[in-house]
Design a protein around this ligand. Structure first.
Ligand code: GLN
Length: 310
C-alpha cells in the first residue's frame, strides 16, 4: 500500500481514538424512537479521493440513517430536472435559524431560505414528486448508482417513525402550499421527504457517492456527468454557507469545507479537487450536528490542510 494511504489510515485511527470520548458531550436524536435507540458509542470515518483511494477507520461500514444528508442528493436531482427555475421557489441564503424552524417562512411568503433546511428540502421534495412518476424509486435508484451499490435500502422503521412524528414538517409544507409554493398533495411530499431521510448508508458509501461534487460534477470512477460543473459549484457554495445549519459560520471559520450534517449523526464534507470525507457518530449538539462527526472532519481537514480558504 502507498505510504500516504498508510499514513492517512493511521491518522484516522488516531483521530477516532482521541475524539470518540467527546460523544458524551452530545445527545442522540430522540425526536423519533427509531433514532433514539441507536448505540451512542459507534463512530466511523471514510475518506474517498478522486484519485480512487478510500481510507477508513472505525464503524465505517455500519449503515446509519442519512437524514438531512439526503437533501444534497435531492437538490442535485431537482437542479438536473428543472434547471434554474428552482431558484424562483427557494433561495440560497443562510437561514441563521434551526433546521426545522417555521418562523422565517411566513415572513418570507413561503419561499425557503435555502434547499438544505427542512422547508427547502420539502420544496425540493415537491419538485421531485411532481416531476417523477415515482420519485421515491427515482431517488433510491440515483443514490444506488452513485454509491455503486444496489443493496442500499430505506429503513422502514425510521420511515414509520418519521411519519408518526412528522407534524412539524407537515406544518412547513402546508404553510408553503398556502403561499402557492407547493404543487403536489402534501401527504405525497411528506412521504417522499421521509423516505429519503430514512435511507440507510455507511460512511464509506456516502463518501464515494458524493465524489462528483469534489470533481466538477463528474463521477471520477465512471467518468459520468452527474451534474454540470456550475451546479456542483452551486451545491458546494450552499453547503459552505448553510449545510451545518445555524452552525455553518462556525464550521466555515474553524474547518473551511462545504459540508452537510444529518440528525442520524452523519457529517459529509466535500474537498473540491481532492475527495470527500464522511464521518458518523450519533450524539448531536444543540444545533443537530454530530459532536464527534464534526471533530473528526475538522481533524482530517487540519492534518491534511484541506480548508478551501487557505
Ligand atoms: N428527518 C429529519 C427532520 O425532518 C431530518 C433533519 C436533519 O437531519 N437535520 O426533522
Amino acid at each position: 500500500m502507498n505510504k500516504n494511504i498508510v499514513d492517512l489510515h493511521e491518522k484516522l485511527q488516531a483521530l477516532l481514538l482521541t475524539q470518540r470520548d467527546s460523544s458524551i458531550q452530545g445527545k442522540v436524536a430522540d425526536y423519533i424512537p427509531a433514532l433514539a435507540s441507536v448505540k451512542p458509542d459507534l463512530a466511523g470515518i471514510s475518506v474517498a479521493t478522486i484519485a480512487g483511494n478510500v481510507v477508513s477507520a472505525g464503524e465505517y461500514q455500519h449503515p446509519f440513517s442519512i437524514q438531512s444528508i439526503s437533501k444534497v442528493f435531492g437538490l442535485v436531482m431537482a437542479m438536473n430536472r428543472i434547471g434554474d427555475s428552482l431558484w424562483q421557489r427557494v433561495r440560497m441564503e443562510p437561514s441563521g435559524q434551526p433546521f426545522n424552524s417555521i418562523i422565517q417562512l411566513e415572513w418570507e411568503k413561503g419561499i425557503p431560505r435555502n434547499p438544505v433546511i427542512n422547508a427547502g428540502a420539502l420544496l425540493v421534495s415537491d419538485v421531485l414528486t411532481s416531476h417523477f412518476s415515482s420519485s421515491k424509486l427515482a431517488f433510491l435508484t440515483f443514490v444506488r448508482k452513485l454509491a455503486g451499490n444496489e443493496s442500499i435500502f430505506v429503513d422502514n422503521q425510521v420511515y414509520q417513525s418519521e411519519l408518526t412524528h412528522g407534524n412539524g414538517n407537515a406544518a412547513l409544507a402546508y404553510l408553503m402550499k398556502s403561499f402557492g409554493n407547493i404543487e403536489s398533495e402534501i401527504p405525497e411530499v411528506l412521504s417522499h421527504y421521509f423516505t429519503q431521510c430514512s435511507i440507510a448508508m455507511s460512511c464509506e458509501q456516502l463518501a464515494k457517492s458524493f465524489l462528483f461534487l469534489a470533481n466538477k460534477g463528474i463521477d471520477p470512477r465512471t467518468k459520468k456527468t452527474i451534474c454540470t460543473a456550475r451546479d456542483a459549484h452551486r451545491v458546494n457554495a450552499i453547503l459552505s454557507t448553510s449545510g451545518m445549519y445555524d452552525q455553518s459560520g462556525e464550521f466555515a471559520f474553524s474547518v473551511g469545507l462545504p459540508a452537510k450534517s444529518g440528525v442520524g449523526g452523519g457529517v459529509m464534507a466535500v474537498v473540491p479537487g481532492y475527495g470527500v470525507i464522511c464521518s458518523w457518530s450519533p450524539p448531536l449538539n444543540s444545533f443537530g450536528n454530530s459532536v464527534v462527526g464534526m471533530s473528526l472532519v475538522a481533524g482530517v481537514a487540519e492534518e491534511l490542510g484541506l480548508s478551501i480558504y487557505h
